[in-house]
Design a protein around this ligand. Structure first.
Ligand SMILES: [Zn+2]
Ligand SMILES: [Zn+2]
Length: 95
């Protein structure tokens, strides 16, 4: 026999389950920006001074052997992470 109270409790449990499923799976929006260059490589693979890319990619060369080719990228063109831009400059301690 179903009485109104147990119906309400049941509905409430369903609601809680729905809310957990809905909000528990929420993807956090603070996803770290992947600084990727136009060549497809990470910012970390690029030389900070010269900007050249140090990444190597393998391809199937002649005779089916694997060839390693350095990336031809000469300058990083992707987005710069904010923490890099706004990093406080290292100042000499005040005396
Ligand atoms: Zn690059
Ligand atoms: Zn590259």
């Amino acid at each position: 026999m179903l009485d109104p109270l147990s119906l309400a409790v049941g509905a409430g449990l369903v609601g809680v389950g729905w809310a957990c499923g809905r909000f528990g799976r929420r993807v956090p929006r603070t996803k770290k920006l992947i600084a990727r260059c136009g060549c497809g490589h990470d910012l970390a693979l690029h030389d900070r001074e010269t900007g050249t890319c140090h990444a190597e990619s393998s391809r199937r060369g002649t005779h089916g052997l694997r060839e390693w080719i350095g990336c031809q990228c000469r300058r990083y063109t992707g987005p710069t992470p904010l923490e890099d831009v706004f990093a406080p400059p290292i100042l000499p301690p005040e005396s």
